[in-house]
Design a binder for this molecule. Structure first.
Ligand code: TPP
Ligand code: MG
Length: 905
């Protein structure tokens, strides 16, 4: 391997005839000079076209030079008072820095440092300044409000602004990252923790860009369906250049271009660094991203150089400076800013005598003060102005900045700047001097916050600008002003009532019937957002295609292949279904946009996102967590659920754990119903809570594809279904003097095995079994834990009795639970089983595999025979049954005792 790696960004690397190249370039330069860039562009396109027609294999390059996209003469000037803006920004920089440094000066015994970031806000303060002062609208009577997704770890800068605005107190700033006492500020943007402030959780890198794309699309959907006026609203997304390496960050940019989301603006803060070091030391992240975005059909605006560079570029007649800019690698650019002007003169301009000559007249300080574009307020304004006025495409702004801008030797451009949160007295003095903060030396050691008096021009300007844009930001709406009444449960009679004799349906069909009925409701119907990820047919929902249409902003310009069928694949500008393609992360992001629409758009929407339960929480778990943080309201439906319910599919499709994962999200309410009426009661109750009461919960409901007769609702059991457990089938009277009794608990399809076991227990063993349907072990577990907690803290109050204990109290005998989920799902209620009762749990721990349902239930040891044996064993342990009977049952049902534990199989 050669020790020298040629720079692949240097075009001359491939040149075989330099003189010929020069002639072509000169000809083009002459055209640009004499006839203008448009003519040059036209000629180039003609040449390219001609070359392609001649079948020259010409790889596409989406890149432009390493210079600003907007020429100085095309820049829209900022109407603002830039000097005041600079001062305000300086105070925010100071306060943000002080907030973090102070939080890391506390030294309690349990560790001290609270963390926080200084360098990242330092790099994008100007990018925020232009937005807050000139572009970002708050929700008001004339505007629905812009949506701003900020880089999570720059929160101190946002708090610093809110402090100057008088929206946060000094006490709150002093409690940055100290929330438990109730007066603190959350480390990052968390709607859950600061519900009237933060709108969008962004700190799990990559989710912000992904969620924002679907947010922008959802705003268009609301407008297209006539639900809200959103045409003047924009979605602004700030991301780090390091963050762009997350696959989620770029994963949906094609959709944004395809759907012409010109309400979407990405601002990528290209400070060339991430946490450990450079983003692309050997390359150029901005060029790379330009290629990705332009290739995907975005409008790309690069802002690399501040105005100090303009005169140099104007004098760069032979292109030597432009070439140097292009040839220099990001790792070297970073080193320039971590050094000084003399270093830049020598190692950058000094590489070519022509560029060295360009800066001959400048001092080293002047050279060092040549800014990067993202720190030039005028140019940032111009770039934003161009972005908001661009039609037909989303825009990405690639802003070159410096990480730790202004921090000097404490961090500017240094590899460790991301984690710098303790500054020395010298560093702090430098910071003060660098930004001209009016705090005397004598006070520096206390690091006071700085806020000008209310009647200063700065403070007046700050408030005036926000007043002009409709109010302060960020601001989150906690509830929608809308009011809806959910139709009564009777409306869903077809789902609640027993199935006709000989008719069998699945809970998936029950769900579809419920949804279809809800869609017919005049007020709520239009608010339903069915979300699909290419599995409508799997769940028997293809009927909806024709009924409500699939949203497509372009309508349907082709003739669908199934046009002559009643249920043809209908795409429509006003379509109601969001069909995301094979794209669970996108489906989830879309669901989040709809599920938080009550807050972001003051419109209550009811999203129903149905997917293979295996491709839910474990696939997009972090998005589900973000949904919890965002206080999402809506339904997630895990189809074809259960480890043994899906004939033939196997290890990758058979879900026996999504309920465990659902239980990890505090505001996710989850159910594993067996029967149609349970589905109806749960969905109905969910609607009541989320739509009528505006409770901040969301529902996860698993659905089955197994058909069986549905027994219908027993009136009076509704509340118990919701709480998670009701008596389904009391034990038959057994012809025996003192018949032993047991309780069989089950959920999902395995409840039917419990029912079968009930019969076997009575017939074969003279045992009477009460069968309980338990639609939610998760809810039962939560209730029990809540009671225990109350009893622990209130020892002298009458103890609260967990619902499980209340239900089982009057029903003697051991308790045997069986589900199609891992044992830990039903294990959650063990502490709440009445005292002195045995509790046995059967579940499906282990990898799935493909086979028939009956085979799988045998394999996982959850079928009726295992339930009977477990019941007999429990009775024998209680001395109510000779243990020989257990062995007899094992024999009778042919259970293989040498079989490997399915957990390890
Ligand atoms: C999914 C995820 N992984 C890791 C982190 C931890 N983290 C926080 S900031 C950061 C570096 C960010 O670099 P960049 O995106 O370039 O932002 P900058 O601070 O440079 O503006 C990392 C790795 C995170 N927040 N989320
Ligand atoms: Mg970065």
């Amino acid at each position: 391997m050669s020790a020298f790696t040629p720079n692949p960004f240097a075009p001359h690397a491939r040149d075989v005839d330099g003189q010929e190249t020069q002639e072509w370039i000169e000809a083009l330069s002459a055209v640009i000079e004499q006839e203008g860039p448009e003519r040059a562009h036209f000629l180039l396109e003609q040449l390219l076209e001609h070359a392609r027609e001649s079948s020259i294999d010409m790889p596409f390059s989406a890149n432009t030079g390493y210079v600003n996209t907007i020429e100085p003469q095309e820049e829209q000037r900022s109407p603002g008072n830039l000097e005041i803006e600079r001062r305000l920004r300086a105070y925010m920089r100071w306060n943000a820095m002080a907030m973090v440094v102070k939080a890391n000066r506390h030294n309690p015994e349990d560790g001290g440092d609270l963390g926080g970031h200084i360098g990242s806000f330092a790099s994008l303060a100007s990018l925020f300044g232009a937005g807050f002062n000139h572009f970002w609208h708050a929700e008001n009577e004339n505007h629905g409000g812009d949506c701003i997704y900020i880089q999570g770890h720059v929160s101190p800068g946002v708090y610093a602004r809110a402090y100057l605005e008088g929206r946060l107190s000094e006490e709150q700033l002093l409690n940055f990252r100290q929330e438990v006492g109730g007066k603190g500020l959350s480390s990052y943007p968390h709607p859950k923790l600061m519900p009237e402030f933060w709108q969008f959780p962004t700190v799990s890198m990559g989710l912000g860009p992904l969620m924002a794309i679907y947010q922008a699309r959802f705003l268009k959907y609301l407008e297209a369906r006539g639900i809200a006026k959103t045409a003047n609203r924009k979605v602004w997304v700030f991301c780090g250049d390091g963050e762009m390496d997350e696959v989620e960050s770029l994963g949906a940019i094609g959709l944004a271009a395809r759907e012409n989301l010109d309400n979407l603006i990405f601002v990528i803060n290209c400070n060339l660094q991430r946490l450990d070091g450079p983003v692309r030391g050997n390359g150029k992240i901005i060029q790379e991203l330009e290629g990705e975005f332009r290739g995907s059909g975005w409008n790309v605006i690069k802002l690399l150089w501040g105005s100090g560079w303009d005169p140099l570029l104007a004098r760069d007649k032979d292109g030597a400076l432009r070439k140097l800019m292009m040839d220099t690698l990001d790792g070297d650019y970073q080193a320039m800013k971590a050094n000084d002007g003399a270093y830049v003169r020598k190692h950058f301009f000094g590489k070519d005598p022509r560029t060295a000559a360009l800066v001959e007249h400048m001092t080293d300080d002047e050279i060092f003060n040549l800014r990067r574009g993202g720190h030039d307020s005028n140019k940032v304004y111009a770039a934003y102005h161009a972005a908001v006025n661009h039609k037909g495409q989303p825009t990405v702004l690639l802003m070159k900045t410096v990480k730790g801008f202004g921090m000097g030797k404490a961090g500017e451009g240094k590899n460790n700047v991301h984690q710098t949160k303790k500054l020395t007295d010298d560093d702090i003095r430098h910071f003060r001097d660098r930004f001209g903060i009016p705090i005397p030396d004598s006070q520096l050691k206390d690091l006071p916050f700085y806020k000008p008096a209310d009647d200063t021009p700065e403070m007046r300007y700050l408030h005036e600008r926000r007043a002009a844009l409709g109010g302060y930001l960020p601001h989150r709406r906690v509830k929608s002003d809308e009011k809806f009444t959910v139709p009564s449960l009777d409306t869903f009679k077809s789902v609640v009532e027993p199935t006709a004799q000989g008719r069998e349906i699945s809970t998936t069909q029950a769900y579809v019937r419920f949804l279809t009925q809800l869609l017919r409701d005049q007020a709520l119907g239009p608010r339903v957002v069915p979300i699909l990820v290419d599995e409508a047919r799997t769940f028997g929902m293809e009927g909806l295609f024709r009924q409500v249409g699939i949203y497509n902003p372009a309508g349907q310009q082709y003739t669908p292949v199934d046009k002559d069928q009643v249920m043809y694949y209908k795409e429509d500008v006003k379509g109601q279904i969001l069909q995301e393609g094979i794209n669970e992360a996108g489906g989830m992001a879309s669901w989040i946009a709809a599920a938080t629409s009550y807050s972001t758009s003051n419109r209550i929407m009811i999203p129903f996102y149905v997917y293979y339960s295996m491709f839910g929480f474990q696939r997009v778990g972090d998005l589900a967590w973000a949904a919890g943080d965002m206080q999402a309201r809506g339904f997630l439906l895990g189809g074809t659920s259960g480890r043994t319910t899906l004939n033939g599919e196997g290890l990758q499709h058979e879900d026996g754990h999504s309920h465990i994962l659902a239980g990890t999200i505090p505001n996710c309410v989850s159910y594993d119903p067996t029967y149609a009426h349970e589905v109806a009661v749960i969905l109905h109750h969910g609607l009541k809570r989320m739509v009528e009461k505006q409770d901040n919960v969301f529902y996860y409901i698993t659905l089955l594809n197994e058909n069986y007769p549905m027994p219908g609702l027993k009136p009076g059991t509704e509340e118990q279904i919701i709480k998670g457990m009701y008596l389904l089938e009391p034990g038959q009277a057994v012809k025996k003097a003192k018949a032993a009794r047991v309780n069989l608990l089950g959920s999902g399809t395995i409840l039917r095995e419990s029912l079968a076991a009930q019969t076997l227990l009575a017939l074969d063993w003279g045992v009477s079994a009460d069968v309980w349907s338990c639609p939610s072990f998760n809810e039962l577990g939560r209730d029990g834990q809540d009671c225990e907690r109350f009893n622990l803290l209130n020892p002298q109050e009458p103890p609260r009795v967990p619902f499980v204990a209340q239900q089982l109290d009057a029903h003697a005998g051991p308790v045997i639970a069986a589900t199609d989920y891992m044992k830990s799902y039903a294990e959650q209620i063990r502490p709440f089983i009445p005292k002195g009762r045995a509790y046995k749990v059967l579940g499906t721990d282990g990898f799935g595999r493909s086979d028939f349902r009956s085979k799988l239930r045998e394999h996982f040891e959850v079928n009726r025979h295992y339930i009977v044996v477990a019941a007999l064993k429990a009775l024998s342990e209680d001395g109510l049954m000779p243990v020989s009977k257990v062995a007899e049952a094992i024999q009778k049902y042919g259970l293989r005792t040498d079989k490997i534990n399915p957990l390890y199989a």
